[in-house]
Design a protein around this ligand. Sequence first.
Ligand code: HH2
Length: 359
Amino acid sequence: MTEDDLALRPLAISGPADRVPGARTLAGGMLFFSAVEAIVHDEVEGYQRASIALDHLHDWARSHGRERPVQRTLNRLSAPRPPFAGLSMDRPQIMGIINVTPDSFSDGGDRLEAGRAIEEGLAMHEAGAALLDVGGESTRPGSDPVPEDEELRRILPVIEALAGEGCLVSVDTRRPGVMREAVAAGARIINDVTALSGDEQSLATAASLGVPVVLMHMQGEPKTMQRQPRYSDAAAEIYQFLASRLVACEKAGIAPQNVCVDPGIGFGKSLTHNLQLLDQIALFHGLGVPVLLGASRKSFIGKLSYGEPPKQRVSGSLAAAVAAAERGVQIMRVHDVAETHQALAVWEALTCRAGEERA
Ligand code: HH2
C-alpha cells in the first residue's frame, strides 16, 4: 500500500442535511463522512481492517505510529478536486459510451457506421452526457486485439465530428499511435484500460499530448482475464496498483490534476471482486483524484439477477450508478445516458436538496 502501507475508506457517508458534527467533506463534493475503515498491510498478517470514527482517528493513528500517513490520506480524501478536463468534479458527471465496433459486449455492431455513431453521440450529449467515450476496439472478456489502422479507421471520423460539434470527447484506447491521432482529431481525454502500461510508449505519449487521462485497473489481458482472477484483497490491491500508476504518471510529467482513476469492473474480476469494488469504491478517493466507474450493462448485473443479456441490464446499471453516486464517484461511464441522468437527478435532489427544503 502507499503512505506507509495504509489506506482509509470513508464510512458513514451522508448528504448535507444528515451531516453529523465533526464530519468532513468527501472529495470537496456534496457528501460528508464521519468514520473511516483503516486498511493496513504487513508481510505477516496480510491486510487488516478496522472501522474508526473520525473523532477517534487521531488516537488510533498515534497508537499505531501512523500520524503522518493518516493525516495526509485524510487530507486527500477531503480536498476539493479541480475540474477534470474542464468538468466540475463536485457532482456526478455522465460519460456516454460510443463503441464503434462490431463486437462490443453490449452494443457491438450498433454503431459501426460513422454516421450512426455520430448521431447517437449527439443524442447522448443532448440527454445529459458531459463527455463521450469513443472506442474502436472491444476489450470484453475473450476479445482479440484489433489492428491499429482498423481502430483508427473506425474512430477518427466519429471523434472529429463530435468534437467539431463542441462535445467533450475521450478516446478509449491502449495504443500510443491511436492516442496521438485521436487527440489530433479533437479528443481531449485519453481513457486507457491498461492505465498507460499496455505499451512502453503510452506514458510518454500521453504526457507529451498534455491531455487528462483515465487510468483503469485490469488484471491480465482481455483474452484470458476472466479465467481465474485472484486477489488477497481486491480493493486494497487495486488501490495500491492505481497509486503506483499515479506515481508513474507524475514521474512522466502528467500532473495529478490531469488524472482520474477507475477500479475496472469486470476486467479480471469475479462476481465477488466486482461487488467488493463497487461497495468499497470510496476508498479510491484516498488517491486524491476523481474516480470513474464503468459498471454499465456488465455481466455481474445479469449474474445477480436472472442472467439477462446486456441490453436488459439497464435497471441494474442504474442501481450501480446510484450506489456509486452515494459513495462520491465523480464520473459514471454508461450506455444508457438518459436513464442514468434521470436516476442521478432524483438521487441528487434527495441527497442534497431535501435538506434545504427541510430547513
Ligand atoms: N469498460 C469497457 C471499456 N472501457 N474504460 C474504463 N475507464 N472503465 C470501464 O469500465 C471500461 C472502459 C468495457 O465496456 P464497453 O466499452 O461497453 O465494451 P467493449 O469493451 O466490449 O467495447
